[in-house]
Design a protein around this ligand. Structure first.
Ligand SMILES: [Zn+2]
Ligand SMILES: [Zn+2]
Length: 390
């Protein structure tokens, strides 16, 4: 496959005739070429792209002669290359020059990322936090967060999105817990967040998606100290005799909060099953908070189940709008609960729906901290008022 039998002029003439579109079979015969018809361009010297110097050594790039079809369509043209350093003019070039340039870009992105994180971090490492100074609610949330997300032998906490268990029953409440812990300076932004993960708004305030943010425990001067404080906090949560006084008053409000966190997603799911749009405002929260004064989570599931079913049949019987029917749900639940009390019914317990995720905060609080187990769901928080340590 050579053109050594041709003079330079003959070769140039062949090239011109080829690209001018002359029949390939005629050219092969005329120039006595020993080559498959579609391989003719492989006999030509590469094009020299004088106007396109190599970015690394400045020499003009070369380009293998394309076939006629490729030349006309622009598709299937080999990328220009540098004969000296091996650079190829395409995005995935792995030549030494491109590799170093990529590393440099990466280093610069890392440097800027670090500056952004440094500026948004709450405060530098500090003296170990005293467990007594932390609220019961924050302590429970912090230990639950560490239980689902803390990496082995480290003070780094995985982003919520990577957790295998839900921190709270809804993603929304999980995210607000994480943000609170950051605002209270118990966790901070980790330097392990990749460039682009930590972003700011026009005023330079943090506006990252909290589900994507990797955190770092911030309870002491280094990782070891932070983990020691955390372990100590966990041990004290599990031993009521070791609770600071203020925890004893904060335990019951958290029960209500976590119970509501179980109830509302159940309601949302039941509404969605009936194609009603769940919209919860203060009224909804107030109603279910009051129901918890006298009823367990499992009983409330029952009221919700029946309350939504009643709304659906009301919609059909009276041909009211979907919106009107959905608005009736809250009142239905309330009426069912009030009648149950007035008439002394034993309300059948409804189990949690597997579609609503188990929350780490609830199970940590119910099983480890309060030793309630299933009673967290089957008894009203108020029944325990007198049993809480005083
Ligand atoms: Zn080069
Ligand atoms: Zn390159």
């Amino acid at each position: 496959m050579t053109t050594s039998h041709l003079t330079e002029d003959q070769l140039n003439e062949l090239i011109l005739r080829y690209y001018a579109g002359e029949k390939v079979a005629d050219l092969i015969a005329a120039y006595d070429l020993r080559v498959a018809p579609n391989r003719i361009p492989s006999l030509f010297p590469p094009f020299v792209l004088e106007e396109l110097p190599c970015p690394y050594c400045g020499r003009p790039l070369l380009q293998n002669a394309p076939t006629r079809t490729a030349y006309q369509s622009g598709h299937g043209v080999a990328p220009p290359f540098c004969p000296a350093c091996g650079h190829q003019a395409h995005e995935r070039c792995g030549c030494n020059g491109c590799h170093l340039k990529q590393l440099e870009k990466q280093r610069e992105a890392d440097r800027i990322n670090r500056l952004i994180i440094e500026r948004l971090r709450r405060r530098p490492r500090h003296e170990p936090i005293k467990v007594d100074d932390i609220s019961f609610r924050d302590a429970v949330h912090l230990v639950a967060l560490a239980r689902v997300g803390l990496l082995e032998d480290s003070d780094e906490i995985q982003a919520l999105r990577e957790h295998s268990h839900a921190l709270r029953c809804t993603q929304e409440s999980g995210l607000s817990i994480v943000r609170e812990l950051y605002e209270r300076e118990l966790v901070d932004l980790s330097f392990a967040n990749a460039p682009g993960q930590i972003t700011t708004d026009a005023e330079g305030r943090l506006d990252s998606d909290w589900a994507e943010v990797r955190l770092q425990l911030q309870l002491g001067r280094d990782a070891e100290e932070s983990i020691t404080v955390l372990r100590n906090m966990e041990a004290r949560l599990g031993r009521r005799s070791a609770w600071p006084d203020h925890w004893k008053h904060e335990a019951l409000p958290l029960w209500y909060e976590l119970a509501l966190d179980e109830v509302l997603p159940y309601l949302a799911m039941r509404l969605r099953d009936h194609h009603y749009e769940p919209r919860f405002g203060e009224k909804t929260i107030h109603v279910f908070r009051s129901l918890l004064e006298r009823h367990s989570v499992y009983e409330i599931f029952n009221f919700i189940w029946g309350g939504v079913r009643d709304a659906a049949s009301y919609q059909v019987r009276h041909s009211v709008s979907r919106r009107q029917a959905a608005n009736a749900v809250l009142g239905n639940c309330q009426r069912r609960a009030e009648r149950a009390i007035a008439e002394g019914w034993i309300v059948k317990h409804f189990r949690r729906d597997p579609k609503v995720p188990q929350s780490e905060c609830t199970s940590f609080y119910a099983n480890f901290v309060m030793r309630l187990g299933e009673r967290f769901f089957s008894q009203s928080p108020s029944e325990h008022h007198c049993n809480l340590p005083s």
